[in-house]
Design a protein around this ligand. Structure first.
Ligand code: FAD
Ligand code: NAI
Length: 469
């Protein structure tokens, strides 16, 4: 086909790319979005956020029905699992949502160009579809949103059956008896929780001596205690040195991270979740002259422009947290700046949520980061056990912690572990976005009885005395 011309060609249809494409179209640009997958939505929708949250939700309901209803005076017979139905529901949710993006593309007159995109120069993208002829797209501007891929572990070959990445862990067709999870971060703890709830004996092997590195250490400690209570086993300060698929499962070797005696362990399934890395394979960056940093990320300036004028990059393929909402925010800000609007995204105010039970959420600086930076701060903490709604709901594990500047009282970081922590954090994000103080939260009326009252009490605790403690 002959050349097509666009104001903007986006490469990658994930939460970074598809959101940027929609916003650009809203701003009046003619837009094409090149995506190699048949379905839009990227990692997040197809093999990430959405399917994992669907399984977390279903497995949570299963575990609640099996073990958690007695306390409410609800008696059940033996609760049985229909894994096929659970998986089918997850697939339907993904399907519906990807169709939703296709609908939004049509509505906004965005052309979805199916195929693999490669830069030929700073204004030209060649698209190779799985079937059919190559196509060349001309663009005034190009936006790279190609996301990330699983970081491989040397000596451990992923086959997506016995040795799986998160993608395989979302599709197991039976409940494994034993699972080893390599890495105690977001994926390991979420997918480990799913299978533990469904009956698998899960052991998490983590290189460091703590979970969820980067998050406030007190959260990580409480999370470790709570997940251990639920039945997940942990080997901290331990590294896996090899894993081989056998006839019956997987044989795995590990040793202390700092060196020491090697040990062997067998499992039915091994999940490799030691992080993700930017994906720029066969993208033609060299042809366009786009440079990477030492970690393989595309380097961009404050308007997301690469070192090549007219070529931009957002989401997992650049620096910052590898989160869907961060990718989307990058995308919106990037195209709004192209259109001359005032917009920016502050990575310090991007919340992170681990959707375990209880959930863990965080925004801003941890205590460790404040100490390291030499910033004086006050701490306000409040346990969910003293929040009446948490008692009503029989979910009292966890706490809310607010860190505020010692002199100015400006909120610098908020860390929550507990029921609905992923929703509660947004009050803190908003407060920080407005440069608010703990006093602002403390003086805000919170409805009773809600879990959010705990946030108010934690804010009161920063400089004063909470009422219910
Ligand atoms: P991606 O979503 O990776 O999209 C990039 C797209 O580009 C892909 O569809 C890919 O096929 C396409 N592509 C790549 N190269 C080319 C090319 N050359 N030509 C054409 N197409 C190309 N984040 C959260 O915020 N919340 C969560 O709950 C969450 N859960 C997750 C669970 C799992 C199991 C995983 C793996 C990730 C999860 N994440 C979550 C992270 C989130 O998925 C990513 O941060 C997000 O998808 C990044 O968006 P992106 O648009 O930058 O890239
Ligand atoms: P991660 O970075 O969250 O965690 C990886 C863990 O593996 C770390 O604790 C690290 O110390 C450990 N590790 C590294 N090498 C190891 C080794 N050789 N042996 C044992 N442990 C080792 O990465 P993960 O869980 O793979 O997830 C990738 C990214 O995807 C996350 O960082 C996050 O950005 C995103 N994500 C977000 C989710 C959410 O928002 N709820 C859910 C899932 C993924």
């Amino acid at each position: 086909m002959s050349d097509s011309k666009f104001d903007l060609v986006v490469i990658g249809g994930g939460p970074g790319g598809y959101v940027a494409a929609i916003r650009a179209a809203q701003l009046g640009m003619s837009v094409a979005c090149v995506e190699s997958r048949a379905k839009l939505g990227g990692t997040c929708l197809n093999v990430g956020c959405i399917p994992s949250k669907a399984l977390l939700q279903s497995s949570e309901i299963y575990a609640e029905a099996a073990h958690g209803l007695g306390v409410h005076g609800v008696k059940t017979g033996k609760v049985a699992l229909d894994l096929k139905a659970m998986m089918a529901r997850k697939d339907n949710v993904v399907d519906d949502l990807t169709k939703g993006i296709a609908f939004l593309f049509k509505k906004n007159k965005i052309e979805h160009v199916e195929g693999y995109g490669t830069l030929l120069d700073a204004n030209t993208v060649e698209v190779k579809p799985a079937k059919g002829k190559k196509r060349t797209l001309k663009a005034a501007r190009i936006l790279i949103a190609t996301g990330s891929e699983v970081t491989p572990l040397p000596g451990v070959e992923i086959d997506e059956k016995k040795i799986v990445s998160s993608t395989g862990a979302l599709e197991l067709n039976s409940v494994p008896k034993k699972m080893i999870v390599i890495g105690g971060g977001y994926i390991g703890l979420e997918m480990g929780s799913v299978w533990q709830r469904l009956g698998t004996e899960v052991t998490v092997v983590e290189f460091l001596d703590r979970l969820v590195p980067g998050m406030d250490a007190e959260l990580a400690k409480t999370l470790l205690r709570t997940l251990t209570k639920q039945g997940i086993k942990f080997k901290l300060g331990t590294k896996v040195t090899g894993a081989k698929a056998t006839k019956t499962g997987v044989a795995l070797t590990f040793e202390p991270s700092k060196g020491g005696k090697a040990e062997k362990i067998a499992a039915d399934v091994v999940l490799v979740s030691i992080g993700r890395r930017p994906f720029t394979e066969k993208l033609g960056l060299d042809k366009a002259g786009v440079t990477l940093d030492g970690q393989g990320r595309i380097t961009v300036d404050e308007v997301f422009q690469t070192n090549v004028a007219g070529v931009y990059a957002i989401g997992d393929v650049i620096n910052g947290p590898m989160l869907a909402h961060k990718a989307s925010e990058d995308g919106v800000v990037c195209v709004e700046r192209m259109a001359g609007h005032v917009a920016n995204v502050d990575y310090d105010k991007v919340p992170g949520v681990v959707y375990t039970w209880p959930e863990v959420s965080t925004v801003g600086k941890s205590e460790e980061q404040l100490k390291e930076a030499g910033v004086a701060y006050n701490v306000g903490k409040f346990p969910f056990s003293a929040v009446s709604r948490a008692r009503v709901n029989a979910n009292t594990d966890g706490f809310i912690k607010i860190l505020a500047h010692k002199e100015t009282d400006r909120v610098l970081g908020v860390h929550i572990i507990g029921p609905d922590a992923g929703t509660l954090i947004h009050e803190a994000v908003l407060c920080m976005e407005f440069g608010g103080s703990s006093e602002d939260i403390a003086a805000t009326v919170h409805a009773h009885p809600t879990l959010a009252e705990g946030v108010k009490e934690a804010a009161v605790a920063v400089t004063g005395k909470p009422i219910h403690m």
